[in-house]
Design a protein around this ligand. Sequence first.
Ligand code: HEC
Ligand code: HEC
Length: 219
Amino acid sequence: MKAFSRKLMLVLLALYATGAIANPPAAFEGRRLYVSYCLLCHGADGKGDGPLAKAMKITPADLSTTIRSRSDTILTRIITGEGKQTITGRERHNLLSEAMPEWKEVFDDAQIQALIAYLRFLSRKKHDLMGDPEHGLELYQKYCQVCHGVEGDGDGIMTNLIGIMPMDHTNPNETNSLDNQALMSSILDGKGRYMPAWKGILSQSDVEALVSYIRLLSF
Ligand code: HEC
Ligand code: HEC
């Protein structure tokens, strides 16, 4: 009896861990911040074509290409506005002008890291976000987390109970190798023995939202 209740306790703890205290993935959090603070100038895809871009004397950078060569440390300096002249250790005044706002009073360290994760997503993604990841997060926590795990790496509570191995959604090679259509079909039609078919339970736009959310799990 004692052993049983201990086991139950562990299961409950694990369930608690999959639910209430789940933190959204960094790139997901970063997208939220990006949409509110950066999209206006840098545009939805980071290409520097946001609604305010035309009004600016200095064109906002195309982040989908420029940030590839920049380390996290440099990006942190650029975003916070600290060290505009020390970007490469040399004097490069024109690299960043006053036109890029300084955000050091606005974001804490975790938020800067989240923003950087999303910038990495923008520069490395092979497939566009087709739906609304915010809606995707809700659906994922409700229907998918039990198997795919809180962070999407495939260690959900159900995997211990019935010994299954879901796809690791945090591996960008795995998820990038599948286009949006392929991910949608797997979700709608199911796969193998244990990946259920969600047709009839989830709508087309639900599945698009889920695919978008899954794409953000690997950054
Ligand atoms: C008011 C418009 C504006 C907003 C809002 C804005 N930026 Fe910028 N950003 C710019 C401009 C303009 C540049 C290019 C500056 C230059 O070339 O001197 C730039 C450059 C950058 C660069 C450097 C690109 C590179 O690698 O050379 C990064 C990174 C960047 N912005 C990130 C962000 C992030 C993250 C946000 C949101 C938190 C943001 N920006 C919000 C205007 C903006
Ligand atoms: C009962 C456990 C379970 C649940 C619940 C579950 N999955 Fe899966 N999922 C799996 C397993 C197992 C695989 C691996 C299937 C295989 O490759 O044979 C998988 C694979 C996948 C794949 C990869 C398919 C491919 O083409 O390789 C995607 C995408 C996916 N699941 C999305 C979801 C989404 C979205 C949800 C929630 C709506 C969900 N899963 C819910 C178990 C589950």
